[in-house]
Design a protein around this ligand. Structure first.
Ligand code: SF4
Length: 408
């Protein structure tokens, strides 16, 4: 039986895709080693026949060591169209290879190519705004073992991004790529992470008007989150990564030593209490710690009224974990079914925001395609449709530029 779009997404994350030299990727979005390195794959759009979701964006691993034994191979070309062939059964899945945005090579007003400021990851714009995460500066290093930010910032992307760089890049992504959401992240910056990101949020809200998400290591002074929320930030996410404290400490030594795992959940709870339901998320990595711990993490995040974003572990080239195995499909399918069930149990309105498709994770609303069709499923789907419809005016209002403040 052919896989549906979400099953194929999960399997491609786990096994990767071989791209023969004979297949032209002219005009395709390049492999982009930015931020934590998760965008290191080839962006694909998987069409879906389901009414629940029409297309799924996925950033498929193509360079990591495990890809060499993948049964999936890319065929076709820019003129005839592409498909992914599963050589086990001979099944061919039609796919789209999104084109590189024309604005990528355009310079900002101070002459920096915009793709060194931000990159599209699915349909949203991702920008790493702060200096290199300081976990990379310790001796010995305290960086998370799966991360490559310390190698990418200053190389694939520029270290110092001015507010004008960011505003101009956001405007280009909104006007020419239809992006509605920009995600700003910045790793660990001591107690100065939020403080340094505030002017960017303010400028984007004033001059561009996109939905803005922020992801930083948690800070102990929660009034900083209140400042961000007062400026109009739309989404806050917290990278918990692992639930088991020992795995957390082993893979994320900096986070364990400098912050401690409980702070992630406390900050999440604080922000969830101040923002609308479903505006806060907890990010975890599946496929490293024992599966039961990943399921517990999903339960803990949804119990706070937040949604889980689950990255399927990718042993990214250049990371300390590049030789680790990629996760198993059956395990990841179980995780994604659990995501759906946990969101359903807690009435988290997943998929309500307009046009936000994240290619580096399995989006929570993708998981509807693999969920069991129980009576509860249909009730929750009706709820999700109503929330999406009712939230439209709110998102329209939030997505408008505020313009300069008028002095009285
Ligand atoms: S906190 Fe960890 S994952 Fe985030 S940038 Fe720093 S080292 Fe990378």
């Amino acid at each position: 039986m052919p896989l549906n779009a979400c099953e194929l997404e999960i399997d491609l994350f786990c096994r990767g895709l071989r791209v023969p030299d004979t297949v032209s990727l002219d005009g395709a979005r390049g492999v982009s080693r930015t931020r934590a390195g998760l965008g290191s794959g080839l962006e694909l759009v998987l069409p879906s026949a389901s009414r629940l979701k029409k297309a799924i964006w996925v950033n498929v691993p193509v360079v990591e060591h495990f890809v060499a034994s993948s049964p999936y191979v890319l065929e076709g070309g820019p003129a005839a169209g592409y498909h992914v062939r599963d050589e086990r059964a001979g099944t061919a899945y039609p796919v789209q290879v999104p084109r590189e945005p024309a604005w990528y090579d355009r310079p900002t007003s101070r002459g920096v190519p915009m793709q060194r400021i931000g990159v599209m990851q699915g349909t949203y714009l991702g920008i790493y705004v702060n200096k290199v995460c300081t976990f990379w500066n310790f001796e010995p290093r305290l960086n998370c073992q799966f991360c490559t930010t310390g190698q990418n910032v200053g190389d694939a992307e520029i270290t110092e991004k001015t507010i004008a760089d960011v505003v101009e890049t956001c405007r280009a992504a909104r006007d020419e790529s239809g992006a509605t959401f920009v995600h700003l992240n910045g790793g660990f910056q001591g107690s100065r992470g939020i403080e340094s990101i505030l002017p960017y949020v303010e400028a984007i809200k004033r001059d561009v008007g996109m939905l803005v998400g922020v992801q930083l290591a948690p800070e102990r002074d929660f009034s900083r989150y209140d400042q961000l929320i007062d400026l109009g930030v739309d989404h806050l996410s917290f990278c918990v990564e692992f639930y088991d404290p020992q795995w957390f400490a082993r893979i994320c030594p900096g986070k364990a030593r400098m912050l401690g795992q409980p702070l992630f959940f406390d900050a999440m709870a604080h922000c969830a209490g101040r923002l609308t339901r479903g505006a806060v998320s907890g990010e975890i990595i599946a496929g490293v710690e024992p599966l039961e711990q990943t399921l517990k993490a999903i339960d803990a995040i949804t119990a706070l009224g937040c949604f889980p974003t689950v990255c399927i572990f990718r042993p990214t080239i250049g990371s300390d974990m590049e030789q680790w195995p990629s996760p198993q499909y059956d395990d990841m399918l179980r995780v994604m079914r659990h995501v759906y069930e946990a969101c359903r149990r807690h009435w988290i309105p997943i998929g309500a925001a307009p046009n936000i498709e994240v290619s580096i994770v399995v989006n929570p609303d993708d998981t509807a395609l693999v969920a069991d069709r129980t009576p509860g499923f249909y009730v929750y789907e009706a709820y999700r449709r109503s929330v999406k419809w009712l939230a439209r005016p709110l998102f329209l209002r939030k997505g408008r530029a505020r313009g300069p403040a008028i002095a009285h």
